[in-house]
Design a protein around this ligand. Sequence first.
Ligand SMILES: C[S@@+](CC[C@H](N)C(=O)[O-])C[C@H]1O[C@@H](n2cnc3c(N)ncnc32)[C@H](O)[C@@H]1O
Length: 257
Amino acid sequence: MSSSEATEAASRNRALWTRLNAKFADANARAQWAREEIGWGLWSIPESDVRVLPELEGLDVVELGCGTAYVSSWLARRGARPVALDVTPAQLDTARRMQAQTGIEFALVEADAVATGLPDASFDLAISEYGASIWCDPELWIREAARLLRSRGTLLFLCDSTLLTLCGADDDHVQERLVRPQFGMYRFEDAEGGGVEFHLAHGEWIRILRDNGFVVEQLIEVQAPEDAATHEIYDYVTPEWGRRWPAEEIWKARKWS
Ligand SMILES: C[S@@+](CC[C@H](N)C(=O)[O-])C[C@H]1O[C@@H](n2cnc3c(N)ncnc32)[C@H](O)[C@@H]1O
């Protein structure tokens, strides 16, 4: 994808997230910022079960596509120094309101995750939970994450699983059958919402990570817990589906050089 296409994707996604922010962001952010335990994805699987984060004390962290920045708030409370970055001012405004309400402070930066303008080799951990990991071109944001990380730094991101994308119908409700071809999947246009998303097969993720100097350490295929309920906002997949197949996946990779 060219840089003008990336800019076009960013401005479409900014428009979408400005609208979505007005609909639900503050209420959702308030609940997430208040969580005692870190919870991953749609079903808030506790970090104590997943155990994917490194020791956080003193780490310089960049969150790419932070939205309302609750992930950064969790990391800041555990001694990390996050810089939370997003392309949508309305989302950062929500994050600022949460900072004022909670007293948890860290840097909030308005920028495109594919070209952040932040200095080379300035972070130990780059993280994205449904941020750049699905809204930015992987060839571009993974390259940017590699530039931002120090040698041996960790890249951690959560995204829709490949299988969920293959079973996702145009009305957005996930089926119990494959409804899309896997070969060729990359960029997805959301005709209704106007946004642009990116979803890859595993082989493509590994190729892009390796091309940018990363070694994959873990791929966690997230299973919905027994007591999971349908998500209040993101109801495109049922807990029944998520108990049988992975709806989400967490990638952990290390910058090798
Ligand atoms: C689902 S939200 C972020 C998830 C976050 N964990 C949350 O729910 O608040 C997706 C975010 O990605 C941001 N985003 C989309 N394209 C982006 C880009 N090119 N650069 C940075 N952020 C981007 C949107 O503005 C939105 O805030």
